[in-house]
Ligand binder design. Structure first.
Ligand code: NAD
Ligand code: UFG
Length: 339
């Protein structure tokens, strides 16, 4: 199978590439490296012990996309490329709408031109209305609370409409919950620029000593210990969900949506304890007020993915923590660490 992967050098893209290449797929990574490093792709090749095609390009550049896709002639596309920082999306809404939505439209137009009608799209649990009861099923009403989340909601609708209008098309929209972890080798992982926004990268910098303490954003939520609870999913499991989705769209028609999570919520304090136990490092923390825009709990009902895709998450919180720490220790400066 020939798979065109946008955003292949990113956190989730790189882990998915390794699994795809190990399964023998012919893969092209199309990325402008606005939030990643080409070094990730060198490591992907080494881990997969095989080669991949690499094109540096922007999804908002239809000419470059058409050249890359026209030459490669993919059977399917996995569309990871997008901007993903919730806070930044409030400051730069037009940048987010243009990059994520206009970029996705350009991608679908080029797919039409070259005759490729199968796509797996990276959506997010942020599309759900946080006030609805959890666990969220795919039918839980949507109401994104951020500009970023709205870009995902709009792209989902665009893909659904495109699919309805495109005979023979097939799309899988994957709503990821909280992706964390790193490849077991410690050679690829999440490499946020500057001070991390997300919990596990922040915890691992505190354990490393480069950040002093974790601020726990609020302890008055309606959860087991009052701190925010999330459905953390290991990036290796998430990568596997893309392989299952590709297999599914190869034989299906229309557009289907799937929650990709574990079905289990972990609080911030439970995550700190799990990280300390898994890594034998201490994680100093201080409880502060809640972070603007945060919700109490998000957790998936992932049973549709299990029933339809035959996919189920396997890694537990301990494995997530251990792999993050292994990546951090081996790469104290992320992809900027000399090997
Ligand atoms: P990431 O930033 O590590 O990877 C995204 C990749 O897309 C990067 O390599 C970036 O350089 C590239 N990119 C961005 N805009 C581009 C453009 N215009 N043209 C070409 N390449 C471009 O992010 P990730 O965590 O790997 O996320 C992948 C996808 O999954 C994103 O669409 C993200 O919104 C979505 N998602 C991520 C999370 C999460 O917590 N990591 C949760 C839900 C959904
Ligand atoms: N948290 C802290 N301190 C920190 C960072 C986070 O206490 O320094 C807490 C948050 O308040 C929350 C939990 O840890 O309760 C998880 O926070 P993250 O920032 O790791 O994750 P979010 O659930 O806020 O958001 C993430 C991604 C979004 C994505 C969403 C759902 O950042 O892009 O998951 O997929 F949309």
């Amino acid at each position: 199978m020939r798979v065109f992967v946008t955003g292949g050098a990113g956190f989730i893209g790189s882990h998915t590439l390794v699994q795809l290449m190990r399964k023998g797929a012919d893969v092209l990574s199309y990325d402008n490296y606005c939030n990643s490093s080409p070094e990730a792709l060198s490591r992907v090749k080494r881990l997969a012990q095989s080669d991949l095609a690499i094109v540096e390009g922007d999804i908002c550049d239809p000419g470059a996309l058409e050249r890359a896709m026209g030459d490669f002639k993919p059977d399917a596309v996995i569309h990871f490329a997008g901007l993903k920082a919730v806070g930044e999306s409030a400051e730069k809404p037009l940048t987010y709408y243009k990059n994520n939505i206009a970029g996705s439209i350009a991608l679908l137009e080029v797919m039409n031109k070259i005759g490729c009608s199968k796509i797996v799209f990276s959506s997010s649990a942020t599309v759900y209305d946080p006030d609805k009861p959890f666990p969220f099923t795919e039918d839980t009403p949507l109401k994104a609370a951020s500009t970023y989340g709205r870009t995902k909601h709009f792209i989902e609708d665009i893909i659904r409409d495109w699919s309805a209008a495109t005979p023979g098309s097939s799309a899988a929209v994957l709503r990821y919950f909280n992706p964390v972890g790193a490849h077991a080798s410690g050679d690829i992982g999440e490499d946020p620029v500057g001070i991390p926004n997300n919990l596990l990268p922040y915890i691992s910098r505190v354990a490393q000593g480069s950040l002093k303490e974790l601020q726990v954003f609020g302890d008055c939520y309606d959860t087991a210990d009052g701190t925010g609870a999330r459905d953390y999913i290991h990036v290796e499991d998430l990568a596997g969900a893309h392989l299952a989705a590709l297999e599914y769209i190869a034989g299906a028609k229309g557009c289907e949506t799937f929650n990709i999570g574990t079905g289990t919520a972990t609080t911030v304090l439970a995550m700190i304890r799990a990280f300390e136990a898994a890594t034998e490092q201490s994680v100093p923390y201080r409880i502060t007020g809640p972070r603007a825009g945060d919700v109490s709990t998000t957790v998936a009902n992932p049973s549709k993915a299990e029933q339809v895709l035959g996919w189920k998450a396997e890694h537990d919180i301990e494995a997530m923590c251990r792999s993050v720490w292994n990546w951090q220790v081996r790469n104290p400066n992320g992809y900027r660490t000399p090997e």
